[in-house]
Design a protein around this ligand. Structure first.
Ligand SMILES: Cc1cc2nc3c(=O)[nH]c(=O)nc-3n(C[C@H](O)[C@H](O)[C@H](O)COP(=O)(O)OP(=O)(O)OC[C@H]3O[C@@H](n4cnc5c(N)ncnc54)[C@H](O)[C@@H]3O)c2cc1C
Length: 392
């Protein structure tokens, strides 16, 4: 058994580390426990190693949740600009890929800063120590690993179920249920979609710009064909909104009407349809989606043209979702109606906090998930620092 700490944070990811730094800054004695041997494993690989750490436009419209207003307060109190200021104060460089979407020059540098600050703040790190269970005895929590750790408050920062190879577990949801908190339906988000079609698999590596629509949501971005189905930003985005069994509608000619385009090429009507469409679409995709595209366009009847328009503007298919191990995030989580949006403490269990991805707050692609992790972690740390006064 170890001495009682003020707080134990379960999970040394973005949310847990931010929480630890803020609470120690305010004088708390903090222990962070993680099953991994390294801190911030997901941060290290995020954004392909360049870590898309925030999005300047982050707002409730960029998050999925059964309780959409929950994230508003945190995003106001620790907005993306505050995260940018945090990076700048530490000399961490970043760049803007698309408007508002900010990437670090190296995710490892960011993790190194977090590690250094944990050390300077005397955060006690217990790594390679999976947490098995949490129990509450009176005002004290017992956090059980191969050891028994005691504390006055527990922060559950265990993330979601995606990428088990990076330490993901269902512990956070188990703790929630144990304390009678509801967990909303969990499913892989920002995940590739599988399609059982050899023609699609054969196009692996080819991409098109498309507008993908399902469940009343649309995303205009690249669609990448893979040996399992569909990926790329437009697919990852829609995957969080798409429901199993529903059709996906893909407009493969999203910047106008394909027939208008072809009519504008009337001087070239002797050319094959494929040659004309190749201005905007890859040859492999034209061969896959349009029969006899080698015919001169002038031979196309009205019915052929209408078929072509439907094929390109409303390609409809019913995919299946890939697994959690291919998903950037877990959609759903601990029901936020049972959590304070100011402190992240559970409304019915004093001293029990939930932050980051384990909550039912899931960001779109673009830096929104890390922004949520930083904001919720830091603000919980601030609330804990105020509530659990430093010991003499
Ligand atoms: C491949 C990939 C790329 C991504 N890229 C981006 C990006 O560029 N931008 C962006 O905004 N988001 C990105 N995300 C999502 C983002 O990384 C996560 O939403 C965010 O890191 C969640 O932070 P967290 O602290 O809540 O959880 P995590 O970072 O998942 O941390 C949870 C920690 O809890 C630990 N843990 C779990 N169970 C236990 C247990 N039983 N005992 C002890 N420890 C435990 C885990 O080991 C882990 O270290 C990406 C995700 C993936 C998978």
């Amino acid at each position: 058994m170890t001495d009682a700490n003020d707080i134990i944070i379960i999970g040394a990811g973005a949310a847990g580390l931010m929480c630890a730094l803020e609470a120690t800054r305010l004088g708390c004695r903090v222990k962070v426990i993680d099953g991994n041997g390294l801190v911030g494993k997901k941060i290290r690989i995020s954004g392909g190693g360049r870590c898309n750490f925030t999005h300047l436009g982050a707002d409730k419209a960029n998050y999925l949740s059964e309780n959409p207003d929950f994230c508003v307060s945190a995003l106001k109190r620790f907005p993306p600009e505050a995260m940018v200021a945090w990076m700048e104060a530490r000399g961490l460089e970043y760049n803007e890929k698309t408007p508002g979407q900010l990437f670090c020059s190296g995710a490892r540098d960011l993790v190194a800063v977090l590690e250094r600050e944990c050390e300077a703040g005397h955060v006690e790190l217990c790594l390679s120590e999976p947490v098995l269970a949490v129990e509450k005895k009176g005002d004290i929590f017992e956090v059980l690993t191969k050891h028994k750790h005691l504390c006055r408050a527990v922060v559950v920062a265990t993330g979601g179920l995606s990428y088990a190879s990076l330490g993901a577990s269902d512990l956070g949801y188990r703790i929630a249920r144990q304390f009678d908190l509801r967990v909303t339906t969990l499913y892989p988000g920002l995940v590739p979609l599988k399609v059982n079609d050899k023609g699609i698999h054969a196009m692996s590596g080819v991409s098109i710009k498309a507008r993908v629509t399902s469940g009343g949501r649309s995303f205009l971005d690249n669609v990448l064909f893979t040996h399992r189905g569909l990926s790329g930003p437009a697919i990852l985005q829609i995957s969080s909104y798409w429901r199993e069994g529903e059709p996906l509608h893909i407009d493969c000619w999203p910047d106008g009407d394909v027939l208008c385009f072809l009519q504008s090429k009337v001087d070239n009507a002797h050319k094959s349809l494929k040659t004309l469409l190749c201005e905007n679409l890859p040859k492999a995709f034209i061969d896959y989606s349009i029969e006899n595209a080698g015919r001169p366009f002038k031979q196309y009847s009205m019915a052929d043209k209408e078929r072509l328009q439907a094929t390109l503007h409303d390609w409809t298919l019913v995919p299946t979702r890939d697994s959690f191990d291919k998903a950037e995030v877990t959609c759903g989580g601990v029901d936020t109606r049972q959590i304070s949006s100011k402190t992240f403490e559970c409304l019915s269990v004093a001293g029990l906090y939930f932050v980051g991805e384990v909550l039912d707050v899931t960001g779109q692609l673009g830096g929104y998930n890390l922004q949520w992790a930083w904001a919720s972690g830091l603000l919980a740390g601030r609330a804990i620092g105020a509530a659990y006064k430093p010991r003499p």
